[in-house]
Design a protein. Structure first.
Lengths: 352, 548
């Protein structure tokens, strides 16, 4: 491929004369377009030995690609899937993933590098100009299309027979409704589903980790305990849905540190139980600062003060965490004294 | 293979002796008419500029995503049935998890090369979105969206937005702890919508969150619905690129009526075709060495568990930022809650993106320019547009910082509260500063161009004159350079025109007209652009006085 292959009429000078847009800088306009600059030859255009070198480089890259594909297949067969290797400075990697990725990467990259090198060094690099044509149609075409359309519309009698037109519009407008109606069974109506959790009077607070009911003595000052309602097991069909609402966070404060009156009332010996689900967009809150009694949601950093009714002290949450009223039963286990009094989790229109 | 299909017009050629390739082409032409298509396209001219390959990066990564995605569907089970894990990843053995999660573990540990394909798929998605972002910026800052390419801008915009949602539904599929947290965030945002929020949430999740349906639903959205639309849009995008012919920068021999470059066959076949392999090769190598989304380290999703440093993929980071820095406003009235703290970010998300979609139409209205534009602007020569673009990018980047405020806090030992306040303030102030600074820089660059045209290039050679004065020699520019630096057009502000007609009757000046005049003043008025050097100025300076 060399510049001789470009047809005569595509050469810059010819094209530009045809446009008549080019001028030599003259007294009138020193900024005039001088036209395409003359083609500058690359070393490969004039030196066949350089061209040969480029050819060999391209062929070398393509050969490398073939070898890399062989390497890919060999790695696939030879390397066990669980083998790990240390690669400096990345660290420990899956050996198979590393080998497959690098061989595949090489096989692909060298094809690309070869093709680009071929194009840049051996294919013609003579710039040619193509004329543009206006996107919009000529006035004649435009008139013809408009006339055709009018003719067609007239022959359909759409405008004259309005009864047909209007009933058609009606039918076409209504027919998608069936599709919309079919979507109804995507899910149930909200009703009051977001208002209730599994918590109820007498339900024991079960430690999430040990699966044992909690006694007040299990909750130490400064610790954060996660709890679920008794009877909710991981294998349950609805475990995920229920825990998404019922997850509880329990901490013990000094009763005289509790600033909120209702919080103190709903606590037991300084043990308070709050919904673990953030009132912002529903992340589980999991970071507890013992000294300040603040909890922080790791998702969007809403911060709540557990010693003051879990009100929001920073971040994007809009209201305090709901508190669960707790007490102890006859056997000395912590129990709920009812469900949450307000919906847990993110706020919604019907929350009120 | 048929040998009887020789083309009539082949004339002198002997029957049956034509090379096989030609015979196949003739056969196809007789049925598909490929020759008329090839006539205008095979040697189609494409201009060369490094920034024109950004769109190619997007196209190729999209193809890579489709190829690897099809492979992943062969092994992935889009089901939320709870199973006990017994695969080869020891730390999670015996744990309860959804089938979606366990099949992703299976792909990562038991299917040979499965992890590689998963990582290529994910990396390619990140690069696809990043490529679209940068490609869009290229098109914006060079004014390539102007007539006749507004529709193609919208196609590209839709690809970007749909790409975001395809990415989101994709990374949610493994049902791991991180992505589940992201889905929860989405559900919380949906709940904030007035009136319809709870209904949409129930319908999307088939009941309460998380339910048993969303993985299967996201799956059909992720692998069929959205990519199907995107494939159509991408084909349309390409057809329009071919139909409009590519834009080019001003330069000698280049005009609004031509396109200067090299032909598709062979140069761009090799360069662009080769570039596909380059992109694929680089992504494969990245996937070999850089781990992405190690779901086994995060574990299966549980709505009552979370890890710190929870971040979405980068392209959702700006939505994350909006929701993080918004104050928690909530209005409770008449038994209803308006969750502004979440709903405003949700609306802003749409507004910020819509601004991007609408800009070409707004600018077309402001300039009133109905001509076709095929010559690209240098960003400096459209200072107001460039400044607006940089202001938008600044706002985007600040929300990205907000989206990672916890990481900024831990990596740079800063207070998370201060970072959040910084983002709250600079979401408004940052774009203003960026606008002013960018405009000043553009005007400075315009002045420099003007200086270069009128006084020539500074050579750095210092000469001492006989009387002792030192001067720097300025070398006059070549005609090519003079032309390139003066080829851009400059608009004038729109005048309101006479308000009284020849009969003395007062014409009503509409508010729209006044607004447009005001905006054009801000765009093209005095001090908003540097008038480009005129022939007269040039002649006055160069006529015999030598240098200045």
């Amino acid at each position: 491929m060399s510049s001789q292959d470009i047809p005569e009429e595509n050469l810059p000078a010819e094209q530009d004369h045809a446009h008549g847009a080019v001028g030599v800088a003259d007294e009138k306009n020193p900024f005039a377009d001088p036209g395409l600059p003359p083609h500058e030859h690359r070393v490969q255009d004039i030196d066949e030995r350089a061209a040969k070198r480029s050819e060999r480089a391209v062929a070398f890259l393509f050969t490398l690609s073939m070898l890399a594909t062989v390497g890919f297949i060999a790695s696939y067969v030879a390397i066990p899937a669980d083998k790990s290797i240390f690669v400096f400075p990345i660290g420990h990697l899956s050996a198979l993933n590393f080998a497959l990725g690098l061989t595949l990467g090489t096989a692909l990259f060298t094809i690309g590098a070869g093709a680009v090198h071929w194009a840049r060094t051996l294919m013609s690099d003579v710039e040619v100009a193509d004329e543009r044509h206006p996107i919009a149609a000529s006035p004649e075409v435009r008139a013809k299309v408009h006339a055709d359309f009018r003719q067609g519309a007239k022959e359909s009698a759409m405008g004259r027979r309005k009864l047909i037109r209007n009933t058609l519009f009606g039918a076409v407008a209504l027919v998608p409704l069936s599709g919309v109606v079919l979507l109804r069974d995507l899910g149930p109506l909200p009703e009051d589903k977001l208002r209730h959790t599994l918590w109820a009077k007498g339900k024991l607070l079960v430690n999430m980790n040990t699966n044992e009911p909690l006694r007040p003595s299990d909750v130490a000052v400064g610790s954060l305990t996660f709890a679920k309602p008794e009877g909710l097991e991981e294998h349950d069909e609805d475990f995920q849905n229920e825990i998404a609402k019922a997850a509880l966070m329990i901490v013990r404060l000094q009763p005289d540190n509790i600033k909120d009156k209702r919080e103190l009332e709903w606590s037991h010996e300084g043990i308070v139980a709050y919904s673990k689900i953030c009132t912002h967009v529903g992340c589980p809150i999991s970071l507890y600062e013992q000294q300040t009694h603040h909890v922080l949601c790791p998702c969007h950093q809403s911060t709540f003060d557990l010693s003051d009714g879990a009100r929001v002290i920073f971040g994007p949450a809009g209201h305090a965490l709901p508190q669960l009223r707790i007490g102890v039963n006859d056997e000395g286990y912590l129990q709920a004294l009812g469900d949450f009094e307000e919906p847990v989790g993110p706020a919604f229109w019907e929350r009120g | 293979m048929s040998t009887t299909e020789n083309h009539e017009s082949a004339g002198a050629r002997e029957r049956g002796k034509a090379p096989a390739g030609e015979r196949i082409a003739d056969w196809a032409d007789g049925r598909l008419g490929i020759y008329s298509l090839a006539k205008s396209n095979m040697r189609k001219i494409f201009p060369d500029h490094w920034s024109f390959m950004l769109g190619e990066v997007c196209m190729y990564s999209f193809i890579i995503i489709i190829l690897t995605g099809v492979y992943l569907t062969l092994f992935f089970h889009p089901s939320m049935n709870e199973v006990e894990y017994h695969g080869s990843y020891v730390p999670l053995q015996g744990q309860l998890m959804s089938e979606a999660f366990s099949s992703t573990l299976h792909i990562s540990f038991d299917v040979r090369g499965g992890l590689l394909i998963r990582q290529i798929h994910h990396w390619a998605a990140l690069i696809f979105l990043a490529g679209m972002f940068v490609h869009m910026m290229r098109v914006f800052f060079t004014g390539a969206f102007r007539k006749p390419r507004e529709v193609n801008w919208l196609f590209g915009f839709l690809l970007f937005v749909l790409g975001m949602f395809t990415g989101f539904t994709g990374y949610s599929l493994p049902d791991d702890l991180l992505s589940g947290t992201g889905v929860r965030f989405t559900q919380g945002a949906i709940l904030s919508m007035p009136i319809v929020g709870t209904y949409i949430s129930m319908f999307l999740f088939g009941g309460e969150f998380p339910g048993h349906d969303f993985v299967a639903r996201f799956y059909s959205i992720h692998i069929l619905l959205l990519p199907g639309i995107m494939l159509g849009l991408m084909v349309g995008h390409l057809i329009l690129v071919f139909y409009h012919k590519h834009t080019q920068f001003a330069g000698p021999g280049k005009s609004n009526k031509n396109v200067v470059g090299m032909p598709l066959l062979p140069v761009y076949m090799a360069k662009a075709g080769g570039f596909f392999f380059l992109v694929f090769g680089v992504i494969a190598a990245i996937a070999a060495v850089a781990q992405i989304n190690p779901i086994w380290a995060m574990g299966p999703y549980r709505p009552d568990q979370v890890s710190t440093g929870a971040q979405p993929d980068w392209y959702m980071g700006f939505a994350e930022g909006l929701i993080r820095f918004m104050p928690g406003w909530e209005i409770n009235l008449w038994g209803h809650t308006l969750v502004l703290g979440v709903f405003i970010p949700l609306v802003l998300f749409g507004v910020v993106l819509a601004a991007l979609a609408l800009y070409p139409f707004i600018e077309a209205w402001i300039t009133g320019d109905k001509r076709e534009h095929h010559i690209l602007d240098r960003p400096r020569n459209a200072p107001t547009r460039t400044a607006l673009g940089v202001a938008w990018v600044t706002m985007y980047m600040i929300t990205l910082v907000g989206g990672g405020n916890d990481l900024w806090a831990t990596h740079f030992h800063l207070s998370i509260n201060s970072i959040t306040w910084f983002v709250r303030i600079f979401f408004f102030v940052g774009p203003v500063i960026a606008y002013i600074a960018t405009k000043r820089i553009c005007l400075g660059l315009q002045r420099r161009d003007k200086d270069k045209v009128l006084h020539g290039r500074e050579t750095g050679t210092i000469k001492r004159l006989p009387h002792g004065e030192f001067i720097e020699i300025h070398e006059p520019l070549s005609q090519e350079q003079l032309h390139t630096l003066t080829a851009h057009e400059q608009y004038a502000p729109a005048a309101i025109g006479a308000t009284v007609d020849e009969n003395g009757v007062e014409r009503k000046v509409t508010g729209k007209e006044k607004l447009r005049a005001k905006i054009t003043e801000a765009y093209f008025g005095e001090d908003q652009q540097i008038p480009k050097p005129t022939v007269e100025e040039y002649k006055e300076i160069t006529s015999g006085h030598g240098h200045h």
